[in-house]
Design a protein around this ligand. Structure first.
Ligand SMILES: Nc1ncnc2c1ncn2[C@@H]1O[C@H](COP(=O)(O)OP(=O)(O)OP(=O)(O)O)[C@@H](O)[C@H]1O
Length: 248
């Protein structure tokens, strides 16, 4: 039987009296695109940030490829093959698209010296160019990021997460703020990355059509707990999910 890439067991995190995450368990399999949905305040971001080492959970275990990674720093996780995107853009506006990608990979190595003194390319240019082509942003590769549309910047932001060739990428609302006409393109792109780069993705997203189209399995969170985990068809047919999610 295949072992999970990510295994989260009974994760808990409270903020004072608010139990943001109240005992969440799930597994993400190799090559799987795993969606996380739920009403506002259901604990998705808190769960994400716990997995990514951004906050310390109160209890629970997080394993990456069978190794305990609970409490490791974001940089250490990045070195172990975990990438992420944020809800808000992380691109450097005054750098070109290509340089943004190169810096993203240097961040991964944690090389301050490299970041400050290395020639702009640092041997990472070929990797950046491959992603620029895969993301179809060749025409803006030498433009400053702040001259791009929000949707294009979002693509650069996602591409940055893939520079370190991660095994597991956590994407926090990749469609947030993106023009609806571009949402289908992001879905196609993520499917393409999943197929060609063989990584596993965990995707938080409020856009239900996007999640249903993209994800192999979906976890529904409500009030810090897991209400259901299943295929898009199973989630669509689950009455409890419809009540909890659409009732919000
Ligand atoms: N730093 C914090 N301090 C206090 N309470 C917090 C903090 N972060 C989250 N919470 C609370 O924890 C609960 C879960 O929040 P969380 O952001 O994880 O939910 P979410 O499902 O990601 O929501 P959204 O879909 O709106 O992003 C909410 O009640 C929220 O107000």
């Amino acid at each position: 039987m295949m072992a999970p890439v990510l295994k989260v067991t009974d994760l808990k995190k409270a903020y004072g009296a608010i139990q943001a995450v109240g005992g969440v368990s799930f597994e993400v399999m190799p090559g799987e695109i795993f969606g996380v949905i739920g009403p506002n305040g259901s604990g998705k971001t808190t769960m994400f940030n716990s997995v990514l080492g951004q906050i310390s959970p109160d209890a629970g275990a997080i394993e990456l490829n069978g190794k305990n990674i609970t409490g490791l720093s974001p940089l250490e996780l990045s070195r172990r093959g975990v990438g992420r995107t944020f809800q808000t853009l992380q691109v450097f506006g005054k750098m070109t698209v290509r340089d943004n990608l190169i810096v993203a990979a240097q961040e991964h190595t944690g090389s301050m010296f490299g970041r400050m003194f290395a020639p702009p390319d640092s041997g990472l240019g070929a990797k950046a160019d491959a992603l620029i082509d895969q993301f179809r942003i060749r025409h803006v590769a030498d433009s400053l990021a702040n001259t791009l549309s929000y949707g294009q910047q979002k693509l650069v932001d996602i591409a940055m997460a893939f520079m370190a060739e991660p095994d597991l990428v956590l994407l926090d609302e990749p469609c947030a703020g993106v023009n609806p006409s571009l949402v289908g393109g992001i879905s196609t792109l993520l499917k393409d990355l999943n197929r060609t780069r063989k990584g596993s993705f965990v995707v938080i997203e409020h856009n239900m059509d996007f999640v249903m189209d993209l994800c192999h399995r979906i976890m529904v969170m409500v009030e810090g707990r897991v209400l259901a985990i299943g295929t898009p068809a199973e989630i669509r047919a689950n009455k409890e999910v419809l009540d909890a999610y659409l009732g919000n």
